[in-house]
Each structure stands twice: as structure tokens, then as C-alpha cells.
Design a protein around this ligand. Structure first.
Ligand SMILES: Nc1ncnc2c1ncn2[C@@H]1O[C@H](COP(=O)(O)OP(=O)(O)OP(=O)(O)O)[C@@H](O)[C@H]1O
Ligand SMILES: [Mg+2]
Length: 471
């Protein structure tokens, strides 16, 4: 617990003395067995003796930067009551606690008024949206987080990694006595930014050296969530390896489009939501995550909307066209009140333009499907980008022999193909003779990239023959 320079060296109340520097609790000079957290709680109550200290203030002061269950406070309070008497700490129903004993604070230079406890605000775990079609994913991921120390949720942009991780972190919270910390590293670009983001979430100074951040976490039983690690996967991996080695009770949950590539890493590959086949009757179709999400999102924007026998075919068509991708469903749903399901479906063939206008609070890459795909595309190496563009010209399902290369380059290209599968940009179905495919929206995007690259090549050639340089 952070103490300000004005904090007294000790508090005295009734027969008790709380020595802040040595972290001791004494009764008539005899040491009492107090745990570290209980000590911190008592120090906050003593600093504000006679006043109500709310549960939120206690959580923020004693578990700064962490998200913990409220019952952690009750555990510490009941331990303290055993040590200093049940009546010494009053419960203010539903709000917080108050030290009832008159208390003085003093330091070696003489008595000073007790300083208020510093109460940093604590970041909350993000509230997950109502999740559709993720019951099984949530319990599987929960089990992984329980048994493995480094779990990364892998999948394409907008598939719902952050949403699922938020739900999983909440579910796991009671198992972590030091709570959970949520760190969005999505805007980090360099290793130092990752450390600074973690330090900030833990309420440490943002220039805290990495070694001190690791030391801070060393003894904690904590769930540390590193969200959106795509662009800093190597830095995240390096830090994760150090944390795993030095903080034996820490568990890490990472969301990323790029694997960390650590031996200790357990990868949870998150697929898009389940989609009904064409012709599925209304009631059965609603049991599929994609359709349930689409319906809920449209109803949220237009309370008069209802799925019925007339529009179910278009709704299923839309879910299939969007491959059950939550972000795409969300963007499409926003268009339905103005245009209707059939028009939205019909215009998706023209390109991705309709899937834009995401909510103002969303990250820029989530304001349109084009932006989300551009983000994923930018994470690829140039050779992977080139292969991805070429795939747009192949039939919907294809095999490795259709990549059109001789045996000496085949291995290299298979490697790139596997990288695209890893990024969820290419679908792999081992049960099929031709096991690879692009998603429908991915194909539209890759085709556009292919056309763009083609016209750039032509301009370059024309420029070269006219004596211009383009690069
Ligand atoms: N199962 C779901 N039910 C309802 N909404 C969902 C579901 N999954 C995701 N969403 C919503 O879809 C949008 C995209 O999800 P999310 O941000 O979790 O994607 P992501 O995989 O983390 O993407 P990125 O890689 O770009 O960070 C969010 O608005 C989220 O609330
Ligand atoms: Mg995310």
C-alpha cells in the first residue's frame, strides 16, 4: 500500500500500536500475527479512524491496480476483528467499514495529524458484451486458464478474442487471491510501451523498469491479461517468458493475432460463430451463435424488428456471407434498420463498403471490416501478403498443389500458407480433399488487394519504360 510522505510512523488506538515502517501490529508491546493484506486494510482504516471507508476505497488502496472480489475485504476484516476485537471495526451496511476506536498518529518528530490514505482509482476488468454462441469456448478457455500459466487466444480481427477473454477473466477471478489486471497493449509499438502499459495498470510509475515490474508481480497469485498483443508479440513473448520464470503463481492470458511462439504457450484458436445451413427452420437457426447475435444486435437498434418465416432465409444468408464473424455481424446489423436484411445481403456482393460505420467508442480497426482486414494484412510479411493476394484467384476450396509452384519453391510457399492459416486468414479443413479456403469477406478483400497490386505493377512498368522511378 502506498503511503504519502505525510503518513505518520505509527498509529495508536486503545492498547494497540500499528508501526507502518516495520509493518507490525502490537498490543501492549506484544506482537500480533497479522497478514500483509490485513495490515494494509487496518492502516487505511486507522488513517481515517472514525470515518466511513468505502469498499471501493479499500480495494483501490490495498489492491491497487488489481481487480479482486469484494469478499477479499471481508476475509481481512474478520481476521482483524479477531485480533483487535469485533466491535473495533464497524460494518456500515453495504457501503464499507469504520474503525470505531479513537486513534492518534505520531512519528518520531512528534504527533502529526493522520494523513488520508492515498486512493488511486483502479481500472476495472472490461465488461464483456452479452456473448452469443460462446458457452463452450468460455468453459474450455476457463479450464485452460486454470491449468496452464500462459494461454493465448488466437484468431482474426473481430472474431471476439477480447470479448471472450474479458468473460474468461471474470470467471477466473475468484481463483486468484491477488485478483486480475487487464492491460490493453493494442497501442503499444515498442517493448518499453508494453512494460509501461503493465506498470500503469498496476498503478506503478510508467517509467518503472521492467525488472521492478517483474519483482512487483513475483509473489502474486494474479491473472494478468495482455489484450491485443498483435503488433508487439515478440516483446510480449520476451516479457511473458521472464514473468513465467520469476512469478511462479502468476497466470497470463494473452489475446493476439500473432502467436507468441513460446514453448510454455497454450494456444486457444478461436473460430468464428457457428452458422446455420441454408433452409434451417427458424427455431433451430436461433440456436446458432451467429444468428442469435445478428438478431440481438438488430433488435437492439430497432425494437420492431423480428425474425420470422419471411426473413429467416436472408438472415441465414447474411450470417453465411459474413462467415459468422462477430465484428462483421455487428457492422451488418447496424445497416439492417435502414435497409432491411435482403438489401444488405444483396449489396455485400459489391464489396465491403456497407460494413462500415462502427460505433464511435470502438477502436479504429473496428469501425469497418475493411479496417479490420487491413490491420490483419499489415501484420503479414510481404511474401505472405503476396500469397494471400494470389489465393483470391483460386477456386473457393483449393489444395496445396494448386499454388502453382515447382517443387523447389513448394516448401517455402507451404510455410507461408501455414502462416496464413495461423492468422485465421485462410480456413483449413483437414477432412476435405482440397482443404484450404478464403472466407467470403476475405476473398473480396484479397481480390481488391490483388487488383491494387496489379495496377501498381502496371504503373511501375509503364513508368520504367518511360524512364520514371516509382520507388
Ligand atoms: N460472441 C459474441 N457475442 C456478441 N458480441 C460479440 C461476440 N464476440 C465478439 N463480439 C463483439 O464483436 C466485436 C469484435 O470483438 P472483439 O473486439 O472481441 O474482437 P477481437 O478478436 O478482439 O478483435 P481484434 O483482433 O481486432 O482485437 C466487439 O464489438 C464485440 O463486443
Ligand atoms: Mg481484441
Amino acid at each position: 500500500m502506498a503511503m504519502t510522505p505525510m503518513t505518520p510512523a505509527r498509529f495508536r488506538f486503545a492498547a494497540f500500536e500499528l508501526q507502518l515502517g516495520q509493518r507490525l501490529l502490537l498490543r501492549e508491546g506484544r506482537l500480533l500475527p497479522v497478514t500483509s493484506r490485513a495490515f494494509d486494510v487496518l492502516a487505511v482504516l486507522a488513517a481515517r479512524a472514525g470515518e466511513l471507508v468505502s469498499k471501493e476505497e479499500l480495494l483501490a488502496a490495498v489492491w491497487p491496480g488489481l481487480v479482486v472480489e469484494e469478499n477479499n475485504i471481508q476475509v481481512q476484516i474478520s481476521q482483524l476483528r479477531k485480533l483487535i476485537g469485533a466491535a473495533s471495526i464497524a460494518t456500515v451496511s453495504g457501503r464499507g467499514y469504520r474503525l470505531t476506536l479513537p486513534c492518534t498518529g505520531d512519528n518520531d518528530a512528534g504527533a502529526v495529524p493522520p494523513a488520508p490514505a492515498s486512493v488511486p482509482r483502479q481500472p476495472a476488468l472490461p465488461l464483456p458484451p452479452a456473448l452469443y454462441g460462446r458457452d463452450e469456448d468460455l468453459s474450455d478457455l476457463d479450464e485452460m486458464v486454470r491449468s496452464r500459466r500462459l494461454v493465448s487466444v488466437l484468431g482474426t480481427s473481430g472474431v471476439g478474442k477480447t470479448a471472450l477473454a474479458a468473460a474468461a477473466a471474470r470467471r477466473a477471478l475468484p481463483r486468484f487471491t491477488d485478483g486480475a489486471a487487464w492491460v490493453d497493449v493494442g497501442t503499444a509499438l515498442a517493448p518499453a510501451d508494453v512494460v509501461a502499459a503493465i506498470a500503469a495498470a498496476l498503478h506503478l510509475a510508467t517509467d518503472t523498469p521492467a525488472a521492478d515490474v517483474v519483482a512487483h508481480l513475483a509473489a502474486r497469485r494474479l491473472l494478468l491479461v495482455l489484450d491485443n498483443a498483435d503488433r508487439v508479440s515478440a516483446a510480449t513473448a520476451a516479457l511473458a517468458a521472464t514473468l513465467l520464470a520469476h512469478a511462479p503463481r502468476l497466470h497470463l492470458l494473452v489475446t493476439t493475432q500473432v502467436r507468441l511462439n513460446l514453448l510454455e504457450e497454450s494456444v486457444y484458436r478461436l473460430a468464428a460463430l457457428a452458422v446455420p445451413t441454408a433452409g434451417t427452420p427458424l427455431a433451430a437457426a436461433r440456436t446458432f451463435g451467429a444468428l442469435a447475435m445478428l438478431e440481438a444486435r438488430v433488435v437492439a437498434l430497432d425494437h420492431l424488428f423480428a425474425l420470422d418465416e419471411d426473413n429467416i432465409a436472408a438472415a441465414i444468408g447474411l450470417c453465411r456471407k459474413l462467415d459468422g464473424l462477430p465484428l462483421a455481424l455487428e457492422l451488418a446489423a447496424a445497416r439492417v434498420p435502414g435497409l432491411g436484411l435482403r438489401t444488405v445481403l444483396a449489396h455485400l456482393n459489391d464489396g465491403l463498403g456497407l460494413l462500415s460505420g462502427g460505433s464511435a467508442g470502438a477502436a479504429p480497426r473496428h469501425r469497418s471490416l475493411q479496417a479490420a482486414l487491413e490491420w490483419s494484412y499489415a501484420l503479414l510479411a510481404p511474401e505472405e501478403q503476396a500469397l494471400y493476394r494470389e489465393l483470391a484467384a483460386l477456386p473457393p476450396w483449393f489444395g496445396p498443389d494448386q499454388l502453382g509452384v515447382g517443387p523447389n519453391r513448394a516448401l517455402r510457399r507451404l510455410d507461408k500458407l501455414a502462416a496464413l492459416v495461423d492468422r485465421s486468414l485462410v480456413v483449413f479443413d483437414g477432412g476435405r480433399a482440397e482443404p484450404y479456403a478464403l472466407t467470403e469477406t476475405g476473398r473480396l478483400f484479397a481480390s481488391a488487394k490483388r487488383r491494387q497490386a496489379g495496377s501498381t505493377d502496371r504503373r511501375k512498368k509503364a513508368g520504367a519504360s518511360a524512364g520514371f522511378r516509382y520507388d
